[in-house]
Design a binder for this molecule. Sequence first.
Ligand code: UDP
Length: 457
Amino acid sequence: EQKIKAPHVVLLASPGMGHLIPIAELAKRLVIHHNFTATVVTFSGFSSQSPHHLSLLSSLPAGITSLSLPHISIDDLPSDARAMTPISTTIARSRPLLHDILLNLKSSGTLAAFVVDNLGLAALPVAKEIGVLGYLLFTSCFTMLSVELHLPELLDTVTCDLRDHPDPLRLPGCSEIRGRDLPEPIRNRSHPGHRLAIYQSSVYKEAAGILVNSFEALEPGPAEALKSGSPPVYPIGPLVRARPLESADCLRWLDRQPEASVVFVSFGSAGAVSRAQAEEIALGLEMSKNRFLWVVRVAGQGESPAARVLPEGFVERTKEVGMVVEGWAPQMSVLGHVATGGFISHCGWNSVLESLVNGVAMAAWPLQHEQPMNARMLVEEVRIAVRVRMGGEGLVRREEVCRAVRELMEGEETGKVARARARAREMREAAVKAVEEEGSSCRAFAEVVGQWRSCLS
Ligand code: UDP
């Protein structure tokens, strides 16, 4: 009897850990729970040589092949091109390469689908070209997906820039959205990325389905509203890494701290703060007299240690209560550690989910992209976060850092933080339930997997 070969899915991860992590988790679920095989395709350049990127790829289980696209030249772009242009140009120019890779795999007869993340939308049309199902993994929340899908109508209803629109925006199932909280290329018509944002909105509609890294209990309104739309939308999250067995100095340091006593401060895989802001954070943490673990990255510092620009004597003065980590910490393990009691976060979506699954309350300090929108949702709706208030000149002053830390770590009496912690624990349970057998995300994913299988038979 001939052995039936496992269905195969190709997943394209855009540059950045925030995309690679959920794409890799999706591939793992397919392989471990559904007997698929998968290829994870990454781009060379950008951050692809970082140790975190490489170690994630090398830890993928058997059944997943990782493949790095050859270097794609963008030397013809003007040297002042903004951050997103090199990435979007690279993705657009990768299409012939992806076309060949997919065609080659298709000849084996097992290629079931091609999945891209939201930054890789420009590559989605390749699926149609070679005749396989093209899906999108949306790596942020449902509310943001609603904005993306309704963008043309949203822009039609206003005459000004969305950022200046005085009234809250309304979308089906979503609570009020403030125009100024939207990503810059969307809220500002004269932004160089604005046309690209509108074009992308039309590509979303080309997907055979959209998988969202969120879950129904977290955003019931927009999840329900999008369910009945087209293309079909599937809540399959949270896709977060299992807590690995790792050893790191900061984890050993946490082992020596009392339970729920440490505030973890981190701004994602790319977020760097200005030198002036780093100074305010340092002095604010010190003023708060709380225990802290701070992942520091200062803009423009390159490889030189960020600790060098911190206020003189700060590291020495706080060494009994605090730890400063350069550039990167094993975040999932830190958030899962019993000593961690709160998380000051930029509200990148992966960080939000990781905080939720570990039941850790947050202080929301959004920097860019859709982070302000995530922050509003976490503070006002999910209510697992307190807000950090931005002062003049785009700087959060040391007094405010101190106040936010105290509110998050000591504010039990005010009721707000006790509620945030209770909500964080509730959300942790809801997240676990969603991905368990018969949970909403598990069922939605099984439905997609069923479609992928049946397109081969
Ligand atoms: N991350 C980490 N250590 C760090 C910084 C980031 O492990 O020091 C991981 C974090 O756990 C998350 C991802 O990198 O999974 C960052 O994604 P997120 O969406 O939070 O933010 P982005 O980096 O995309 O702004």
